[in-house]
Design a protein around this ligand. Structure first.
Ligand SMILES: Cc1ncc(COP(=O)(O)O)c(/C=N/[C@@H](CCC(=O)O)COc2ccccc2)c1O
Length: 365
């Protein structure tokens, strides 16, 4: 077990309202037990899809009908489903550096997946155009892993790319959009889309718990028709009990209360952590991607290579990850200054000083 964790991959279950959740599960069993004894709608429980449509309409500006929502047990599964319903010659473009699991998932679907460079505004429209891809997968709210927020100008450029040819789509993976600390809330890319080319994907892994395995996808009408034709034989993969408990949890206002409480908590932890990092490391670090989400990047001006830093972290039971897991192309990054990903969803206020000085030790001593 780790002494301290800077992992970007997990939440802090101790902050989850298990009693409230348990009450919602009991309510779900009491009122909807009948729906557990058969296989429900392939897209998932209507009642939950209605609540999700209402929530993302209010919080992300995503206007959709419950009929367009498909639930699934993980974002990865939803990408599998997407690979099944998209044109078999369609090529996917993903951000590079980017989220490894989706890249691998799409690769496993048998079609070439094209890594497209992320510049300081997000996925490069020129490279995308030249790549011949027709489906671009982006994380505009908080790019994984760089943390950059895609400016509206780049969102418009990507939308225009999708409008240029039939069959082009943008998959907006809005995975940790609930948490934003600086600047005005930016509505989803989906809210700017006039021609129904954006597939909006969300998950409850970050806002609630990754272990619930519940994510959702909003299909534009044209793709919904294809989904209904091709994939409707596929039954829903997420549990009806979890779906109905989540429906009660959202309906009762517990979800909104939880997001408000977690946003406040993460805002405090993030500010304390950044202050502690600057105090300890001084001008030897530069932090980027810290305006939203549950992680940011930290570049360190030290002669010690990334590998040695990660090695030392392992020895000292400090959970820490580098950029290698996000480097999708065979080329490894030119060995510039070490860059590590700093997650703070699991960090406790009382541990920050010790975790930061241990990190400093791994980078310099
Ligand atoms: C870009 C992106 N999109 C979607 C998801 C969510 O996927 P789903 O759980 O299948 O719905 C993740 C999860 N990424 C996970 C792993 C990152 C990695 O492997 O490096 C991190 O997940 C969590 C992070 C903080 C708190 C709780 C969970 C994603 O990084």
């Amino acid at each position: 077990a780790y002494l301290f964790s800077f992992s970007h991959m997990n939440a802090d279950a101790s902050l989850f309202p298990f009693r409230a959740w348990q009450h919602c599960e009991q309510q779900a069993l009491r009122h909807y037990a009948a729906s557990l004894d058969n296989l429900e709608h392939p897209q998932g429980q209507w009642l939950l899809r209605e609540e999700i449509a209402r929530t993302i309409g209010r919080t992300r500006g995503v206007r959709c009908r419950p009929e367009q929502i498909v639930l699934g047990a993980s974002t990865q599964w939803l990408f599998d489903l997407l690979a099944m319903i998209c044109d078999k010659h369609a090529l996917f473009a993903v951000e590079h550096p980017g989220y490894q699991r989706i890249y691998q998932q799409l690769h496993a679907s048998g079609r070439p997946v094209l890594p497209i460079t992320v510049d300081y505004k997000g996925m490069s429209p020129q490279e995308l155009e030249e790549s011949g891809a027709s489906i671009a997968v982006v994380t505009p709210s908080h790019q994984m892993p760089t943390g950059l927020i895609m400016p509206v100008s780049r969102r418009i450029q990507l939308l225009n790319w999708s409008y240029k040819e039939e069959g082009r789509y943008i998959v907006e993976d809005d995975y940790d959009a609930e948490f934003k600390y600086e600047g005005d809330p930016i509505p989803a890319l989906h809210s700017l889309d006039d021609l129904k080319r954006v597939i909006y994907v969300g998950t409850f892994s970050k806002s609630l718990l990754p272990g619930l395995r519940l994510s959702y996808m909003v299909l534009p009408p044209a793709l919904l028709a294809v989904y209904k034709h091709h994939a409707s034989h596929l039954m829903q993969t997420s549990s009806s009990l979890i779906q109905l408990a989540l429906y009660v949890f959202i309906k009762s206002g517990e979800y909104q209360k939880h997001i408000k409480r977690m946003s406040k908590h993460y805002k405090t932890i993030r500010a304390e952590l950044i202050e502690a990092l600057h105090d300890k490391f001084g001008s030897s670090i530069s932090i980027t991607g810290e305006k939203a989400g549950l992680h940011f990047l930290m570049e360190i001006n030290t002669p010690r290579p990334t590998g040695a830093i990660l090695e030392k972290a392992k020895e000292h039971r400090l959970e820490l990850y580098g950029m290698d897991r996000f480097w999708l192309k065979e080329t490894t990054p030119a060995e510039g200054r070490p860059v590590i990903i700093i997650g703070f969803a699991r960090l406790r206020s009382q541990d920050i000083a010790s975790a930061v000085s241990l990190l400093h030790h791994c980078c310099f001593d």
